[in-house]
Design a protein around this ligand. Structure first.
Ligand code: FES
Length: 115
């Protein structure tokens, strides 16, 4: 999968998601946008967005526990870094997508690749 946070911003289109006040510290926001299931985390005031589907067996990653910046898949324990989407722990071996997030004018915006 692709780490979209590293994409040139000219190749990204930001979509407005929700007021930043709806995602306080320690919370998660689930959304579906353009057919992609995404979860956004607020970790100590920083926002991170990843695909909400485990690459091992399609588990719901957003329901898992966070260990620092790693999300633990509730099904079989694979771990991914929410900052990059990189797989950190078996049984998954394929990264998940990570998306750029920003807050502008009090609104959370998520960057998706221009098709
Ligand atoms: S579905 Fe996530 S570890 Fe198996």
């Amino acid at each position: 999968m692709f780490n979209y946070t590293t994409l040139d911003t000219s190749k990204i289109e930001f979509a407005e998601i929700a007021p930043a006040s709806e995602l306080p510290n320690g919370e998660r926001l689930f959304l579906e946008i353009e057919g992609r299931a995404i979860v956004i985390f607020n970790i100590a005031g920083q926002l991170f967005a990843i695909g909400d589907v485990c690459t091992h067996d399609d588990g719901p990653l957003g329901d898992g526990d966070l260990e620092e910046y790693n999300i633990v898949c509730p099904r079989h324990g694979a771990e991914f870094d929410v900052r990059t989407g990189k797989v950190m722990q078996m049984p998954a071996v394929v990264d998940i997508p990570a998306y750029p997030v920003k807050v502008e004018g009090g609104m959370i915006k998520i960057g998706l690749p221009r098709e």
